[in-house]
Design a protein around this ligand. Structure first.
Ligand code: SF4
Ligand code: F3S
Length: 104
């Protein structure tokens, strides 16, 4: 599966949702997640994200975010249509510890 990482938090560009052939993105207030049960590992979403927030779970160190994606994909609504990024996304792009501060 592919995994959405904390770079998405407070940005939410949503370019990723338009390309997913199985519509497996789910939307929280500040971040999107991918359903690991539905993702078919096609990889087309990875280069679409302007802030490189999407990686394959074969990369090391992604266990925490894989679990975050799994847990919240079951709770949040599906999103398939692109929308404008969140206000002030430029301000938050470089910020550290976004998960601790803003995850929702
Ligand atoms: Fe969707 Fe493919 Fe990205 Fe998985 S890898 S979330 S199936 S676009
Ligand atoms: Fe987030 Fe990137 Fe998609 S910022 S909404 S993972 S395009």
């Amino acid at each position: 599966t592919y995994v959405v990482l904390d770079a998405c938090i407070k940005c939410k560009f949503t370019d990723c949702v338009e390309v997913c052939p199985v519509d497996c993105f789910y939307e929280g207030a500040n971040m999107l997640v991918i359903s690991p049960d539905e993702c078919i590992d096609c990889g087309v979403c990875e280069p679409e994200c302007p802030v490189d927030a999407i990686k394959p779970d074969t990369e090391p160190g992604l266990e925490k975010f894989l679990e975050v994606n799994r847990e919240y994909a079951a709770l949040w609504p599906n999103i398939t249509v692109k929308k404008p990024p969140l206000p002030d996304y430029e301000k938050f792009q470089q910020e550290a510890e976004k998960f601790e501060k803003y995850f929702s």
